[in-house]
Design a protein around this ligand. Structure first.
Ligand code: ZN
Length: 260
């Protein structure tokens, strides 16, 4: 089950399925002041300062008991690549992946979203964790199952992996065009596209959450292992940064996980 937690002015979401420190940020509790990024924001690409973003990381990670300098993040590229990281990667920003996996304590995995799907994975007993940014090309390419297979390679057990899918754009708001439908059909076939893209009149709406769950099921993950946040970011732009709701003038949220 997902729940909101507060820590001073900070409000973040967490899942009781994940037994290691983790959280999904909202817009609350940061120091960013520009209207479109206020107040908790993790990107400098839409006008916020490096200093504000660094302070937001400090506030958020400290509240979770994670060391701000231990974070690894990426200039996400909408790929399906999950990279294995260790202590040597702390503080680094990768430019060749959209997810991370580790079996090392003291390494905080960060993915950033503003409508795309943030997914955190953990086998707490094995001490193996992962975080992925599933933009629409990510699920089609299989980034979530890729994270699962990397976790298994590091000693996780399939039945012990718990997965939390954070707030993202849902099919109430994610209207797509024919290029999207064509790409999903080409990658996964017509049956998959029909199952996860619904019609409403002449418009079509895609369900990124069900796409990720379907691919995780193919990888052997049971529905009971997946906890899904109910909120649609685009329906609640007062609480979440949403690319679609703001036509791109927005901040970015972070989903983080670490073993201490
Ligand atoms: Zn919505």
């Amino acid at each position: 089950m997902f729940y909101l937690k507060n820590h001073g002015a900070l409000i973040y979401a967490a899942s009781d399925a994940i037994a290691v420190p983790h959280g999904f940020s909202t817009r609350a509790g940061g120091v960013s002041t520009l209207d479109h990024v206020a107040t908790m924001n993790f990107t400098v690409t839409t006008g916020d300062s490096e200093a504000n973003v660094a302070e937001n990381y400090r506030i958020f990670l400290s509240a979770l008991g994670l060391e701000p300098a231990s974070r690894v993040s990426a200039h996400q590229i909408h790929s399906a690549r999950v990279r294995y990281v260790t202590e040597a990667d702390r503080g680094r920003v990768s430019d060749d992946c959209d997810g991370f996996v580790t079996d090392r304590p003291g390494v905080t995995l960060v993915v950033k979203t503003a409508d795309c799907v943030p997914i955190l994975l953990a086998d707490a007993d094995a001490g193996v964790i992962a975080a992925v940014h599933a933009g629409w090309r990510g699920p089609v390419g299989g980034i979530a199952p890729n994270a699962v297979s990397e976790m298994l390679r590091l000693g996780a057990s399939l039945e012990n992996i718990c997965i939390a899918i954070g707030a993202c754009i849902h099919d109430c708001c994610f209207e797509v065009q024919s290029d999207f439908v064509d790409a999903v059909t080409a990658a996964r076939g017509e049956v998959f596209a029909e199952a996860h893209i619904r019609r409403k009149g002449s418009a079509r709406y895609a369900d990124l959450v069900s796409m990720n769950c379907a691919l995780l099921a193919e990888a052997g993950i049971a529905p009971s292992q997946i906890d899904i946040a109910a909120d649609c970011t685009c329906c609640a732009p007062f609480l979440y940064h949403s690319h679609r709701a703001t036509q791109g003038k927005r901040g970015t949220m972070a989903a983080v996980i670490g073993i201490v």
